[in-house]
Design a protein. Structure first.
Length: 229
């Protein structure tokens, strides 16, 4: 236990890196998922086929393989392009490689979450907004977005929970996150079980806090939807 206290500041720094990785990855996944869902709904045959290819690739390739491919393969491709223009090669940060990989992976899952939420919006509410003279951005902002959030939140929360756990894999490409630092500290102190148990508790705490926060949001939007009816 003394060794755990000694390394507590290091583990706290790693936990902050893990949380930052999860949040930035979620932001990228949300952007990609929103764009892909829009293409799937109204992008024509080409857009739909591109999105189907994207989601199929993500479902068929393990997360670890995708992360390694983006980190090593993406870095090689980028430096090859830079070399063709006479520029110096650069080293891709494990953090940003992890963000791109996790964001790309979970953007595919959020694509289906957002598409399903859009399809669940009652057409009558959109028609009622149009009957009141709302068009374009007012209709989207006051009618569509609140309903979209309401129906997407349960699936969004599930994706977030899985995404948080996936951040642990990024330590394999050298990121000094909670898992990576705890693993090194456990080896140094010769107490790997103790340190990995601490990691487990931190992940459980992150999950518990985020579950409660997202649950509050779900109840808030469910209440708004009830009043709207």
């Amino acid at each position: 236990m003394d060794s755990l206290i000694e390394y507590a500041p290091l583990l706290a720094r790693g936990a902050l890196v893990t949380i930052a990785l999860a949040l930035v990855s979620l932001a990228l996944a949300t952007l990609l998922g929103g764009l892909a869902a829009a293409a799937r709904i109204g992008g024509g045959r080409t857009g739909r086929n591109a999105v189907l290819a994207y989601t199929s690739i993500v479902r068929g390739v393990p997360d670890l393989v995708m992360i390694l491919l983006i980190y090593f393969g993406g870095q090689r491709l980028l430096n090859g392009l830079l070399g063709a223009f006479g520029a110096e090669p650069i080293a891709v940060s494990p953090f940003w490689a992890g963000v791109i990989a996790i964001g790309f992976i979970y953007g595919a899952y959020l694509t289906e979450t957002f598409r399903g939420a859009y399809m669940t919006i009652p057409r009558g509410q959109l028609e009622a907004g149009q009957a009141l003279g709302m068009r374009g951005l007012p209709l989207i902002g006051r009618v569509m977005i609140p309903q979209l959030i309401r129906f997407a939140l349960p699936g969004y929360a599930n994706v977030w929970q899985v995404l948080v756990k996936s951040t642990a894999v990024v330590s394999l490409i050298g990121l000094e996150d909670l898992v990576g630092l705890a693993n090194d500290a456990g080896k140094t102190a010769r107490e790997p079980f103790l340190f990995l148990s601490a990691v487990m508790l931190v992940y459980l705490a992150i999950t518990a806090v985020s579950t409660n926060a997202l649950g509050l949001l779900e109840r808030r939007f469910a209440l708004k939807g009830h009043h709207a009816r």
